[in-house]
Design a protein around this ligand. Structure first.
Ligand code: FDA
Ligand code: NAD
Length: 447
């Protein structure tokens, strides 16, 4: 057997799920020395004395929002988990007080499930009785497609805190310059806004006919595109970046588009999707829909090995379907569910099946939307979707087989957001499209 450290429980990945799993383990009871979190993340302090510091789990959504604000940007330790869901902030000291070992700046490069052994890039080995895989996603890079010039300097991606530091430094260095944002999804929309707030000249480029096509209807997208345009963000649709020019230092100077046009650029931010980090486990666990297949307790096909957050493809009970979800609410809740199941199994007590209602949200400029449920069937827009309004508030219901299965709301109050969540969970019979449109939020609020 390999020499090295042994733990009863190992959480692989110190991101959102890793942090919420640690809190749940502490709640359920762990003995000092039983639990370790292994993660490759480390924060780089850019300013003198130029040092490296380990970083405990934090709320990743801050990186594309407050971390990049021109005034009073958020910094650690302000957004360690679990502040994002209104909980206690788990500082590095919290882990040591609980006897939970945070093994950071440590990348695992080999996982051998039969011998229950993880091996780090530095050659250290870690054995476990129970493993919780919480490795999240990595960014898809344009160099993965062989896009010419994609390795030039200042072509930036955003996943981890050192990416955000690089982006922040580039924004400071290129003040008043030109930024091109490649991608029209979550990163594309959130980053275009924050770059504009930093007074850069921003152009968004994406291949689809409208932004955020995996959730937005054309009508919803039209609101955000007009709002962004009014803020000065230029939007180019239906084309992609096919190459980049760089100067003698290797710094990007221009983005070449498929339609033949060329955009000058001092910074390029790319958000063309994520890829769940499952490679370590290929051939060792069952996979489904691009993720690691789990049951309703997040246990994989290998007993004692659990997978949560972005990497898990789990039974979505409400839709009698199996899905993978790349959003923070699920990463928190799946981690809690897995730990309850692990501890429940040990105690011989029953744990309820995971019954998740999809919940996605985003914030940019003065806007804030929430979505609950499933965006399938016919979409019915309601409310004031005029981007010129002082306080636009509008939404959409999705109706399938006569039932309201999904609901979106821009500008809602906490009570109104709670009402659309309740509606999507209840899947109430829908009124006619005209009635739904006329009733608007009243339809959800009356439940
Ligand atoms: P997460 O990515 O949080 O953590 C994985 C951890 O595992 C990382 O620390 C990584 O370094 C580590 N790791 C991976 N492989 C490893 C290895 N081999 N060895 C050691 N460590 C390893 N969602 C939402 O609902 N609302 C929002 O506003 C946002 N905003 C947002 C902004 C940005 C910039 C990103 C990148 C993502 C979001 N998200 C979001 C998505 C959300 O953050 C995401 O779904 C969760 O962080 C997923 O949690 P996980 O714990 O699965 O992965
Ligand atoms: P995404 O899937 O939301 O969007 C990807 C977009 O890339 C597509 O919509 C498309 O417009 C574009 N695209 C694809 N190929 C392209 C190409 N060759 N050239 C130009 N554009 C191309 O992914 P993302 O925005 O990169 O986000 C990455 C991850 O981070 C996802 O898991 C996402 O859920 C997460 N995230 C979530 C939030 C949130 O929930 N508010 C915020 C930020 C990031």
């Amino acid at each position: 057997m390999a020499s090295g450290k042994h733990f009863k429980y190992i959480v692989l990945g110190g991101g959102v799920s890793g942090g919420y799993a640690a809190r749940e383990f502490a709640k359920q009871g762990v003995q000092p020395g039983e639990l370790a979190i292994i993660s490759k993340e480390a924060v780089r302090i850019i300013l003198p004395p130029r040092m490296y510091l380990d970083v405990a789990p934090y709320e990743r959504p801050a990186l594309s929002k407050a971390y990049l604000f021109p005034q009073s940007p958020a910094r650690l330790p302000g957004f360690h988990v679990c502040v994002g869901s209104g909980g206690e902030r788990l500082l590095p000291e919290w882990y040591s007080e609980k006897g939970i070992e945070l093994i950071l700046s440590t990348e695992i490069v080999k996982a051998d499930l039969p011998s229950k052994t993880l091996t780090s890039a530095a050659g250290a080995t870690f054995t476990y009785e129970i493993l919780l895989i919480a490795t999240g996603s990595s960014v898809i890079k344009l160099s993965d497609f062989g896009t010419q010039g994609a390795d030039s300097n200042n072509i930036l991606y955003l996943r981890e805190i050192d990416d955000a530091d690089n982006l922040y430094a580039a924004i400071q260095a290129k003040k008043g310059g030109k930024a091109v944002v490649v991608g029209g999804g979550y990163i594309g929309l959130e980053l275009s806004a924050v770059l504009k707030m930093n007074d850069l000249d921003v152009t968004m480029v994406f291949p689809e006919p409208w932004c955020m096509p995996r959730l937005f209807t054309a009508e919803i997208a039209a609101f955000y595109e007009s709002y962004y345009t009014n803020k000065g963000v230029k939007i180019l649709k239906g084309t992609i970046a096919v190459g980049f020019d760089a100067d003698a230092n290797g710094d990007v100077t221009a983005v070449k588009l498929k339609d033949g046009s060329v955009l000058e650029a001092d910074i390029v931010v790319v958000g063309v999707g994520g890829r769940p980090l499952t490679t370590l486990f290929k051939g060792q666990v069952a996979e489904e829909k691009g993720g690691i297949k789990t049951d309703a307790f997040f246990e994989t096909s290998v007993p004692g090995v659990y997978a949560v957050g972005d990497v898990a493809t789990f039974p979505m009970k409400i839709y009698n379907d199996e899905r993978r979800v790349e959003h923070v609410d699920h990463s928190r809740k799946s981690a809690e569910q897995a730990v309850k199941a692990i501890k429940g199994k040990e105690a011989g007590s029953a744990v309820e099946e995971y019954d998740y209602l999809p919940y996605f949200y985003s914030r940019s400029f003065d806007l804030s939307w929430q979505f609950y449920g499933d965006n399938v069937g016919d979409a019915i827009l309601f409310g004031d979707a005029d981007p010129g309004s002082a306080k636009p508030k509008f939404g959409s219901y999705w109706v399938k087989d006569g039932k309201c299965v999904g609901a979106f709301l821009e500008g809602g109050s906490p009570d109104e957001n709670a009402a659309i969540a309740k509606l999507a969970r209840a899947q109430l019979p829908a009124a006619s499209p005209d009635e739904l449109k006329a009733a608007g939020l009243q339809f959800a609020s009356k439940i």
